[in-house]
Design a protein around this ligand. Structure first.
Ligand SMILES: CC(C)(COP(=O)(O)OP(=O)(O)OC[C@H]1O[C@@H](n2cnc3c(N)ncnc32)[C@H](O)[C@@H]1OP(=O)(O)O)[C@@H](O)C(=O)NCCC(=O)NCCS
Length: 271
């Protein structure tokens, strides 16, 4: 008999979810959880082992066709019992029901073997970079409620994520130019630089400089390893590699974006 029960994650569960996140040292905030659950209220799940909360996961759908799995966390005492596998299977089921064509995730070294067992393949590798000074910054938002339209972002990211960006923008310090946009927002232990999309390196550099000027403290930045200009900018602004990670995918077809224009993720849980 199976001990695992998977049910929908609710706003009441977010304290538990955030405690798992905190124990792992991840940088998301309660606000990040709320945004995820608001965006996909029927696509975030909690696993129970004999009735006790044991793990969580989120999905995020962009433009109806690209689905993301994120925030996969299983409490250490419940690991290696198939809970992550059961949570991902539920996510895959949900995303297939929603007729998503391509499912992606950003895998930690701990997550990679779990996803490989379920048929995920690596699309590219990416880097988590950090600039550390032992201080958690306090980042003020720009107070922006709306996001300009960037039709070219659909091609760069691979799908229309306008609704998602409009949610992130409200919690971020934002620069919006004609050929790029960049954001910086509060994290639990460091400022999070991203999403950043730019059609050329000069625009990316200009936006990042503006966002970081006058800011003190720790910052994290995630970007595709093959964005050579992005890597050079990360070096220029003093961000060092913390670890190498994998973007993985499964589904009917690979929906590829243009990593050379992606200078920063919006979150490892959402691409
Ligand atoms: C990664 C994580 C979610 C796995 O959860 P889990 O419930 O233990 O995973 P499962 O029991 O479903 O494991 C399925 C299979 O994945 C592989 N696997 C899981 N954990 C592994 C590990 N630490 N080392 C090697 N293989 C592992 C095994 O093949 C395992 O099957 P087995 O136990 O029959 O050998 C959990 O370790 C965790 O929360 N880690 C910290 C947060 C994290 O890194 N999340 C992933 C983000 S991408």
């Amino acid at each position: 008999m199976s001990h695992i029960n998977i049910r929908q994650l609710t706003f009441e569960d977010l304290r538990y979810a955030d405690a798992l996140r905190q124990a792992e040292g991840w940088n998301q905030t309660h606000r990040d959880w709320e945004r995820l659950l608001t965006h996909q209220p029927e696509g975030c799940f909690l696993a129970e082992w004999n009735g006790e909360s044991a793990g969580v996961v989120t999905t995020t759908i962009h433009g109806g066709e690209l689905g993301w799995i994120g925030m996969m966390l299983v409490h250490p005492i419940f690991r290696r019992r198939g809970i992550a596998t059961a949570l991902i299977e539920r996510c895959l089921n949900y995303l297939e029901q929603q007729q998503v064509q391509c499912i992606k995730l950003d895998a930690t070294p701990a997550g990679t073997p779990v996803y490989e067992c379920l048929g995920f393949r690596t699309e590219w590798s990416w880097q988590r970079r950090a600039r550390l000074s032992d201080l958690t910054p306090e980042i003020k938002t720009s107070g922006r409620e709306t996001m300009p339209e960037y039709p070219w972002d659909h091609e760069v990211f691979g799908a229309n994520r306008d609704i998602w960006l409009a949610r992130v923008v409200r919690d971020s310090r934002v620069i919006c130019l004609e050929d790029g946009f960049a954001m910086l927002r509060q994290g639990a232990r460091a400022g999070y630089l991203g999403p950043i999309v730019a059609l050329n390196a000069e625009t990316a550099e200009h936006m990042i400089r503006q966002l970081l000027t006058g800011q003190q403290g720790d910052f994290l930045w995630d970007l595709p390893a093959q964005n050579q200009h992005g890597i050079e900018l990360a070096e220029l602004f003093g961000f060092e590699v913390v670890r190498d990670l994998n973007r993985m995918w499964t589904g009917n077809r690979l929906i590829a974006g243009i990593p050379e224009y992606q200078y920063g993720y919006s979150d490892p849980g959402t691409g």
